[in-house]
Design a protein around this ligand. Structure first.
Ligand code: FEC
Length: 322
């Protein structure tokens, strides 16, 4: 079984921020002001941990799959050497920095992969996320003459174990609230330009995730909000999380719990946009803001990925799910 795990990607060093940003902007270099502003955001958080987290997700997903799948199709190895190769192999490809998705697809082709399932560390489908990951894989496959067949898990916003993992982390915050029944629970995801969200599919999926977590915990007051809108002149979907905090203060809430359901991992958009910017907004408004910890590479999120990959593979190859 071959898996392509994909995520956003992050620069490793300061001098990589400019080419990384240029890649996000589809080859258009940012203005010096935009670049400086992004460099300052990275500097303020220290650095993004996204690459380490994504790497850990790939390694643990491969181990989880290999602990599940029967070993018998592999030839017996009397002396397996330092690494025991199981029947599953997970490749890692990231959207805007190394290892680029095209680099991962090339490595898979060189290894003789004939069939692979793809999954993204982003649970909700949008034209500016999952659709772009698919386009990048398809472009790389086309360039190599279609060396392997590919299927992508498109969304898992309502996967019961994903909902449960989120609910468990929101529940951890209940202990810290002075008045849990009077608190507002906000569920956030990355904003996208309005013109890319006209069919409402993305907004509906984020709302569905939030509704299911809220129902699991019986939350009295909850809502969705959007974060991290890009620095472009066009309108992006809202309300922005900072605007929603303003409204929460006006509604008389004193405590708010924010859960970034659109992001499984910690990174710039969590550490800067929530832990710095939204915290500052909350402090200015006299609100107490708590942030739910991220899923990262923890076992319950790896189990969600494992289950989705196995189901996609079984549906494709008609084999029962292990
Ligand atoms: O920690 C890190 O270094 C990377 C954090 C990071 C993640 C992420 C996820 C998503 N984005 C999505 C959409 C857009 C659109 C644009 C855009 C721009 C940026 C910029 C940075 C950035 N994004 Fe991002 N995003 C992350 C980081 N993103 C940095 C550039 C500066 C800025 O605008 O703030 C606008 C592109 C353009 O200008 O044309 C659209 C979506 C996700 C969630 C799904 C996913 O993870 O793929 C959607 C993590």
């Amino acid at each position: 079984m071959n898996v392509l795990l994909m995520a956003y990607g992050t620069p490793y060093r300061r001098e990589e921020i400019a080419p990384y940003y240029t890649d996000i902007r589809r080859g258009r270099p940012p203005s010096p002001e935009l670049l400086q502003e992004l460099e300052e955001r990275y500097h303020l958080i220290g650095r993004s941990p996204l690459s380490e987290i994504t790497y850990a997700q790939a390694v643990r997903l491969e181990a989880a799959l290999n602990a599940t799948l029967p070993l018998y199709p592999k030839p017996f190895q009397a002396s397996p050497g330092p690494r025991v190769r199981g029947p599953a192999r997970v490749y890692l490809g990231t959207k805007h920095w190394h290892p680029f998705i095209a680099e991962a697809v090339r490595a898979m082709a060189e290894d003789g992969v004939k069939q692979a399932v793809g999954i993204v560390a982003a649970p909700h489908y949008s034209a500016r996320s999952i659709a772009e990951y698919r386009e990048k894989v398809e472009a790389a496959l086309a360039e190599l003459g279609h060396p392997f067949a590919f299927r992508l898990v498109e969304a898992y916003h309502d996967h019961p174990s994903y909902i449960q993992a989120l609910a468990q982390r929101v529940a951890e915050q209940l202990w810290r609230l002075r008045q849990p029944s009077q608190a507002l629970f906000l569920f956030t995801a990355h904003s996208i330009p309005e013109r890319s969200a006209q069919d409402g599919r993305y907004q509906a999926q984020v709302r569905e995730t939030a509704a299911r977590v809220a129902a699991t915990l019986g939350l009295a007051h909850w809502d969705t909000a959007w974060q991290s809108a890009g620095r472009t002149p066009e309108p992006w979907i809202g309300p922005d999380v900072n605007e929603r905090l303003e409204a929460a203060a006006a509604q008389g809430f004193g405590e708010v719990v924010v859960t970034a359901v659109g992001f499984p991992s910690d990174h710039l958009e969590v550490f800067y946009d929530l832990d710095y910017e939204a915290q500052n907004t909350a402090a200015r408004l006299g609100l107490r803001l708590l942030r739910t910890r991220s899923l990262n590479a923890e076992p319950d999120y790896i189990e969600v990925l494992r289950d989705l990959v196995l189901r996609e593979w079984a549906a494709w190859t008609q084999k029962p799910v292990a």
